[in-house]
Design a protein around this ligand. Structure first.
Ligand SMILES: [Zn+2]
Length: 88
């Protein structure tokens, strides 16, 4: 008796083709831009500048990293501002 394990191997990409991708948020870049990963095939998406979901290419990863830095420094400045005004 032979156990052909190759036949029972689950093909995530095929699952996604039939049922669609199952994305979950992997990273919040800004309030509007997020990065998503499909739990089945690990395909990655991100929110583009016009609000559509696009494939997360190395170029978009770069853009998101810059966006994240700008967003965080803005948040830090906002925190400092409210902190300063609460003292005065
Ligand atoms: Zn998928």
């Amino acid at each position: 008796m032979q156990n052909k394990s190759t036949n029972t191997a689950f093909i995530p990409k095929m699952y996604c083709n039939i049922f669609g991708h199952d994305y979950y948020v992997t990273k919040k870049v800004t309030r509007h831009v997020k990065e998503y990963t499909c739990s089945h095939c690990k395909k990655q998406l991100t929110t583009s500048s016009n609000g559509n979901l696009v494939e997360l290419t190395p170029k978009f990863k770069e853009i998101n990293a810059i966006l994240e830095r700008i967003h965080q420094s803005r948040m830090n400045r906002l925190k400092e501002k409210t902190f300063a005004s609460s003292i005065c």
